[in-house]
Write a protein that binds this ligand. Structure first.
Ligand SMILES: CC(=O)N[C@H](C=O)[C@@H](O)[C@H](O)[C@H](O)CO
Ligand SMILES: CC(=O)C(=O)O
Length: 306
């Protein structure tokens, strides 16, 4: 892909949360509202149906409905990346073809989950997805949940294809991130996964980031990015540390996504509870959550003032 076409995948891409109604059914209306909230905040893109989006906990029809709603709401303003990874290649291909049909800008997939797969299997799985559409493809490397260790040699091989434009790497080793960037080359995107290390990832070669906690504080991640681009590392670090305090608190709830979705609910963006086995916020935790939301709001106000 030409370098100027890669630009739209850089910057702050919010890994969107799941969107359900009160009965726990997928809600296109809630998806539109949440997507609009992020477009208004001014992020670069949305990553739909990934870990944060609970794609793995939904049926194919539900995943399609959410993606279609998001693309029709914000697809002309934001870059929409569809995570179409599923346990089977067949389902992943079906979702990828649907993503192309509704107008997503790229597809992305983890290795097929549950089975311990050989590199040959994962390669064939990804290849079938890549060949099934004309969309760009972004590898999703998250070994702590998939169990699959992506080698530099498989990454390098995949990256030679024009359609394979990048990798989202959720490994906490920034060294591995740097090695992937070196292997992929200048025109291959490396997108930072661990939100706690956004600045570290950027500093060592990431072109941008896709994250699950961006969704409750996109303004703060955009601030870090602006500081980084301006070369103000002291200020960038200050905001990364603030963000990390918030993330530490978010991770102290029984489910990160339950906490994030509850924070948005406090702001009037109701996307329902996460789906079991992910837990909602317990009654007894709401006060703590409210305090956290207030803290985030104070930080956002500070960023907006500057
Ligand atoms: C393991 C995992 O889910 N990583 C996410 C994405 O890569 C991150 O966005 C984390 O949710 C975030 O960094 C909080 O630890
Ligand atoms: C966390 C993340 O990037 C995802 O939802 O896949």
């Amino acid at each position: 892909m030409k370098p100027d076409q890669l630009e739209r995948f850089k910057g702050i891409t919010v890994a969107m949360y799941s969107c359900y109604d009160e009965q726990g059914k997928v809600s296109a209306g809630a998806a539109r509202k949440l997507a609009r909230y992020y477009a208004t905040a001014g992020v670069s893109g949305l990553y739909v149906g990934g870990s944060s989006g609970e794609g793995m906990l939904q049926s194919l029809e539900e995943r399609k409905a959410i993606l279609a709603a998001v693309v029709s709401e914000v697809g002309r303003e934001l870059t929409v990346i569809a995570h179409i990874g599923a346990p089977s290649t067949r389902d992943s291909v079906e979702l990828a073809q649907h993503a192309e049909l509704v107008g997503a800008h790229a597809v992305s997939a983890v290795p097929a989950i549950y089975y311990r797969l050989s590199p040959e299997s994962v390669e064939a799985h990804w290849q079938a997805i890549i060949d099934s559409t004309s969309l760009p493809f972004i590898i999703y490397h998250i070994p702590q949940t998939t169990g699959f260790q992506l080698s530099k040699s498989l990454l390098t091989k995949m990256a030679t294809q024009d359609k394979v434009i990048g990798v989202k790497i959720s490994v906490e080793s920034t060294f591995e991130l740097q090695q992937f960037k070196a292997a992929g080359g200048d025109d291959f995107l490396v997108l930072n996964g661990p939100d706690e290390q956004y600045l570290a990832g950027r500093s060592i070669g990431a072109d941008g980031g896709i994250g699950g906690t961006y969704g409750v504080m996109p303004e703060l991640f955009m601030k870090i990015e602006r500081c980084y681009q301006a070369g103000d590392m002291v200020e960038a670090r200050k905001w990364q540390f603030i963000v990390n305090d918030v993330i530490t608190e978010l991770l102290s709830f029984p489910s990160l996504y339950g906490a994030c979705k509850a924070i948005l609910k406090l702001r009037g963006i109701d996307s329902g509870n996460p789906r079991m086995p992910l837990l909602p916020v317990a009654e007894t935790d709401w006060e703590r959550l409210q305090c956290l939301n207030e803290r985030i709001k104070t930080y956002v106000a500070q960023v907006n003032e500057l």
